[in-house]
Design a binder for this molecule. Structure first.
Ligand SMILES: CC(C)(COP(=O)(O)OP(=O)(O)OC[C@H]1O[C@@H](n2cnc3c(N)ncnc32)[C@H](O)[C@@H]1OP(=O)(O)O)[C@@H](O)C(=O)NCCC(=O)NCCS
Length: 177
């Protein structure tokens, strides 16, 4: 199955809500009143979830925070910071009941498009080595492993390392004469 068509307008850097036609999904910026729904998903999807305060802080500092919803149901969300030529994907999460249906890669592609449009030359992220599905997705979207942060994450048996992945943006015009 190909990537569903996403219609979105970019008016001087402001991203309008987008409607993904075929699937009747709405891709739009996260709002503060989404956070209770997000926390519900976050606690189901992660053993060590973010707190509501972290999401609130991300919204208030102006990070790129997006959600996918269908009707009244929030299905997925992502948080990314973009500054001085770099972006960091900080959270990307799909409701467990809707995983492996294409939502994760849809949101990832959208966030990477925003990073490119905001002149980020690199996108970084950390991922648990045990998170095979996520690693596979990132590698398929142009990320490479560039390092390891030892004992980065809490884990049942003490701590777990983080793999650091990076994706370089090569703009066509950088190589034109
Ligand atoms: C990781 C996550 C965001 C992926 O989103 P998703 O909607 O489930 O994945 P998608 O259906 O969009 O699939 C994207 C790719 O992920 C990989 N993938 C998804 N589900 C998989 C599974 N069950 N097994 C192996 N790979 C899988 C595949 O590479 C897939 O690409 P393909 O369909 O072209 O083969 C989602 O599973 C999730 O929210 N997990 C819990 C939170 C989390 O771990 N977030 C990442 C933190 S770094």
């Amino acid at each position: 199955m190909g990537r569903p068509e996403i219609r979105h307008a970019n008016l001087s850097g402001y991203y309008m809500s987008a409607v993904i036609k075929e699937a009747e999904l709405d891709l739009r910026p996260m709002r503060e009143d989404d956070l209770d729904f997000i926390m519900d998903i976050e606690k189901q999807a992660y053993e060590y979830p973010w707190t509501k305060t972290i999401f609130n802080d991300c919204l208030h500092v102006g990070y790129c925070c997006w959600v996918i919803e269908k009707g009244d149901a929030l299905l997925a969300y992502g948080v990314m910071s973009v500054a001085v030529g770099e972006s960091h994907l900080l959270n990307l999460c799909v409701h467990p009941d809707h995983q492996s249906t294409g939502l994760g890669k849809m949101l990832l592609a959208h966030l990477l498009d925003i990073a490119v449009e905001r002149y980020a030359n690199m996108t970084f992220l950390e991922v648990r080595p045990s998170n095979f599905a996520a690693i596979k997705m990132y590698l398929e979207h142009g990320f490479d492993e560039i390092g390891v942060r030892r004992n980065y994450y809490p884990a049942k048996m003490g701590r777990e390392d983080a793999l650091i992945l990076a994706r370089t943006v090569v703009r066509g015009d950088e190589f034109s004469e």
